[in-house]
Design a protein around this ligand. Structure first.
Ligand SMILES: [Zn+2]
Length: 162
């Protein structure tokens, strides 16, 4: 069993979620329709939800057929989250960019699961060196498609934090 530090897991979770998205892309590119996604069942919930968040952020309807197949094998709570993403992607072409941003921000609250333990980082701003707790549910850290750790404490943070 591999034991991750809270920070290590947040990084690992993001990489695995991105890997699932890449696998979805590969399936779609090669026109392979899997019979099920049993492999995704019973996995870490935070990782699964982050995968869904990344698929949502793509704003790309191409994932819907695979999401429908995935939904069949999942437990209720994940099923509901998958259905939400399917509906959101279906409705996205009738939404303005501003409306879409609001929706994605709202979904981030449920799909980006907070670490159980605090993640401590050190501010890299000159002469600050303050230790601060990373708010790992901040969507801004995931906005580029992969997790970018903040390198500044809240006093020096440049991200637009809602
Ligand atoms: Zn600082």
């Amino acid at each position: 069993m591999i034991v991750f530090t809270p920070l290590g897991w947040v990084v690992e979770r993001d990489q695995r979620a991105s890997e699932f998205v890449r696998q979805f892309d590969a399936l779609i590119a090669s026109h392979i329709v899997p019979l099920d996604f049993n492999d995704l069942k019973d996995r870490n919930r935070g990782m699964i939800f982050l995968t869904l968040y990344k698929l949502l952020c793509s704003r790309n309807e191409k994932y819907i057929p695979l999401l429908r197949i995935w939904k069949k094998t999942e437990f209720k709570k994940v099923q509901a989250a998958i259905q939400q993403v399917i509906s959101d992607l279906t409705n996205s072409n009738q939404m303005t960019d501003a409306e879409w941003q609001v929706l994605v921000k709202d979904r981030a609250r449920t799909l980006i699961v907070s670490s159980k333990e605090p993640i401590f980082l050190v501010c890299k701003t000159k002469r600050c060196d303050r230790t601060f707790i990373m708010r790992d549910t901040n969507p801004a850290y995931y906005a580029s498609g992969r997790l970018i750790l903040p390198d500044a404490c809240p006093n020096h943070e440049i991200f637009d934090d809602e």
